[in-house]
Design a protein around this ligand. Structure first.
Ligand code: NAI
Ligand code: MG
Length: 358
C-alpha cells in the first residue's frame, strides 16, 4: 500500500457547490491515476440547506466527529434563496471552521494565462497575491446581541474581538507565509486611526512578531487606502494580512481584479494540524446559474490544488495547475471569463491536458 493515502471529505452543499466539487473530484481522480505516487479516498457528505429544511439542522448529531476522521474537507458553497444567509453561513460553514480552529484563511489570487484583468495595465504576472484572513475572531466572532426588538429604540451590537492570542497566531502565520514566497513581502492591513483599541493591538502585535522575521520586508496600510493601492499599484503587493472583515472584502476585490470570482480558491487552515482543514472556492452557491452546467469549475480546481499542497503533494498540485492554466490559455473558459464552454467541457479539457503534463 502507498504511504501517501489521504481521505478527503467532500461536501458540495448548495447551488453550484455540488457541480464544481464533482468536477474537481473527476480531475483529482485523473491526477491520481496518472501520478501513481499517492492515493485519495473520497467520502461524500450530503449536508446542505435541504438537510436544514428537512431536519432543522445543517450538521446531524455526531457529524463533526465523522468529519474529523478525514485529512481534509473539500467544500462547495452554502446558501439557498429560502434560508436567511446568516442561518446558512453559521449553520454549516462557520460551524465547521470555528470548532476545528481553522484560524487562518488563505486566499491566493493571480491573473491566469489566457485571461484578462479589468485593470487596463495589469497583465499575467503583475498581480500575484496571497491574502491571509484572520478567520476566528474580529467582527465575525459571534459576540453581540439585539434588544428591544421591534421598538423604535431597538439596539443591536456586533462586537469585534481581538485577542493577543488570536492576533499573534495569525501574524506569525502571515510572516511565515510571506517568508516562503520569493519576494518576502508582507502588507499588514489595519484601521488603527479610527478603531483605537482592537486595531492598535493588531498593529502592536504585528510589530512584535515582525522582529522574529528580519528577512521579511513589511509595511502597514489603512484598509481604505489599501483598496486604492490594489487597483493602482498591484505589483507593489505580495502577501497581505487583514482582519476577518477587511480581508473578506479585500479578497472579493482581489478576485474581481484578477478576472473573475469563478477562479479564486480559499483554504481554511488549522496550522496546528490537530483538525482537518477545509478548502473551498470563494464564490457562493450562485443560484442564478445552478443546474445550467455553466458554473466555472476553475476556482474549485485551484482549491483542490491548494488542498493537495497542504497535504504534502505539492508536485502533483503544480501539475494540476499547469493543466488548468493550459486550458484557460487555449480559451476553453466559461462565460464569466468571456468564453462559451460549460463546466463539463472545461473539466474534460483539464483531464486531457493532464495527460500531456504527465
Ligand atoms: P455568488 O458568489 O454565489 O454569486 C455572485 C455572482 O457570481 C453570480 O452572478 C454568480 O452567477 C457568479 N458566480 C459565482 N460563482 C461562479 C462560478 N463558479 N462560475 C460562474 N459564475 C459564478 O454570490 P451571491 O449571489 O452573493 O450569493 C449566493 C449565495 O451564496 C448566498 O446565499 C450567499 O450567502 C452564499 N455564499 C456562500 C459562500 C460560502 O459558502 N462560502 C460565499 C459567498 C456567498
Ligand atoms: Mg466573502
Amino acid at each position: 500500500a502507498l504511504q501517501n493515502k489521504y481521505s478527503i471529505a467532500t461536501m458540495g452543499a448548495d447551488g453550484i457547490g455540488p457541480e464544481v466539487v464533482d468536477a474537481s473530484v473527476q480531475v483529482m481522480k485523473k491526477l491520481v491515476e496518472l501520478d501513481g505516487s499517492f492515493e485519495l479516498a473520497f467520502e461524500n457528505f450530503d449536508w446542505s440547506s435541504d438537510t436544514y429544511k428537512k431536519t432543522g439542522k445543517y450538521i446531524p448529531d455526531g457529524g463533526l466527529d465523522a468529519l474529523k476522521k478525514h485529512d481534509a474537507i473539500l467544500f462547495g458553497a452554502v446558501g439557498a434563496p429560502d434560508v436567511p444567509d446568516h442561518i446558512s453561513l453559521w449553520g454549516l460553514r462557520l460551524a465547521i471552521c470555528q470548532p476545528f480552529q481553522q484560524y487562518a484563511n488563505v486566499r491566493p489570487t493571480k491573473i491566469f494565462r489566457g485571461t484578462s484583468s479589468p485593470l487596463r495595465k495589469a497583465e499575467h504576472g503583475d498581480l500575484d497575491w496571497v491574502i491571509i484572513r484572520e478567520n476566528s475572531e474580529g467582527e465575525y466572532a459571534g459576540q453581540g446581541g439585539r434588544s428591544h426588538r421591534g421598538q423604535p429604540w431597538e439596539t443591536a451590537t456586533e462586537v469585534a474581538i481581538f485577542s493577543r492570542h488570536g492576533v499573534e497566531r495569525i501574524m506569525r502565520f502571515a510572516f511565515e507565509s510571506a517568508q516562503k514566497r520569493p519576494r518576502k513581502l508582507l502588507t499588514v492591513v489595519t484601521k488603527s486611526n479610527a478603531q483605537r483599541n482592537g486595531m492598535v493591538l493588531w498593529d502592536e502585535v504585528a510589530a512584535e512578531v515582525a522582529k522574529e522575521f528580519p528577512d521579511v520586508k513589511w509595511d502597514k496600510m489603512l484598509v481604505d487606502a489599501m483598496t486604492c493601492r490594489m487597483v493602482l499599484d498591484p505589483k507593489s503587493l505580495d502577501t497581505i494580512v487583514a482582519t476577518n472583515l477587511h480581508a473578506d472584502i479585500l479578497s472579493d476585490l482581489a478576485a474581481a481584479l484578477a478576472g473573475s470570482i469563478g477562479i479564486a480558491p480559499t483554504s481554511n487552515l488549522d496550522p496546528t494540524r490537530q483538525n482537518p482543514s477545509m478548502f473551498e472556492p470563494i464564490h457562493g452557491s450562485a443560484f442564478d446559474i445552478t443546474g445550467k452546467g455553466v458554473a466555472n469549475p476553475v476556482a474549485t480546481f485551484w482549491t483542490a490544488a491548494e488542498m493537495l499542497t497542504w497535504l504534502g503533494e505539492e508536485e502533483a498540485a503544480k501539475k494540476m495547475m499547469e493543466a488548468v492554466e493550459a486550458v484557460t490559455e487555449r480559451g476553453i473558459t466559461t462565460r464569466d471569463l468571456g468564453g462559451s464552454a460549460g463546466t463539463k467541457e472545461v473539466t474534460d479539457a483539464v483531464c486531457q491536458e493532464l495527460e500531456k503534463v504527465y
